[in-house]
Design a protein around this ligand. Structure first.
Ligand SMILES: O=P(O)(O)OC[C@H]1O[C@H](OP(=O)(O)OP(=O)(O)O)[C@H](O)[C@@H]1O
Ligand code: HPA
Length: 181
């Protein structure tokens, strides 16, 4: 891959990992599983911006029970493919006393982002924390947190599309891609 690849070059060097139709089925099933656990809890649902925006947009209308909605924004990959320190742009809401919280994220990779969100959410008084991730990445290390609801497991490759970026681009692709190996 060239040092400064063009968006088109990135796409040409990539392969699609699943279809948009498969993702729709996966998210539909997640909505059913989440409803079984949380439909009588009136949870606070938090989208982790930016990556979870499309996953959230597909999942939320399928959660057929009362809930409150807000978001957090933490980033630790910036426009690179390596995670670093978590940079809070918008921290979890302060007023979570006795609330059940469901956090939606696009990918559980090393797990540090969701672990940090859980810590803040519980510190802000939540009664219970749940997480739902579209992709659970299989990595060689233990993760500090396991997702309560996971859509698909994918191997340890940098993925993008469906909300996830590669060098800041291609969040708008309708399904998930990875660079060809
Ligand atoms: O499990 P981890 O290794 O902590 O990585 C997962 C997090 O990394 C990505 O966010 P990123 O920092 O890229 O910010 P973005 O969502 O704005 O792209 C992704 O959206 C998750 O929130
Ligand atoms: O594979 C990934 N793609 C996009 N964002 C990410 N954040 C952690 N891992 C990834």
């Amino acid at each position: 891959m060239a040092e400064n690849p063009t968006p088109q070059h990135i796409l040409e060097q990539s392969e699609q990992l699943c279809t948009a139709q498969e993702l729709a089925g996966i998210i539909g099933k997640m909505a059913q599983d989440i409803a079984k656990t949380l439909s009588d809890q009136c949870p606070v649902v938090l989208c982790v911006m930016n990556g979870a925006v499309i996953f959230t947009g597909h999942l939320l209308p399928q959660l057929n029970f009362p809930l409150h909605f807000s978001y957090v924004h933490g980033t630790r990959y910036h426009e690179t493919t390596q995670g670093g320190e978590l940079d809070w742009k918008v921290a979890p809401p302060d007023d979570l006393k006795d609330r059940v919280v469901l956090v939606l994220d696009d990918v559980l990779d090393e797990g540090w982002t969701l672990a940090a969100i859980r810590e803040r959410v519980m510190k802000n008084g939540a009664r219970a924390f749940y997480s739902a991730v579209l992709v659970d990445k299989v990595i060689a290390r233990d993760k500090p947190l396991q997702a309560d609801f996971a859509g698909i497991t994918l191997p340890d490759r940098y993925i993008f599309g469906f909300g996830m970026d590669i060098h800041g681009m291609w969040r708008n692709l309708p399904t998930i891609y990875a660079l060809k190996q």
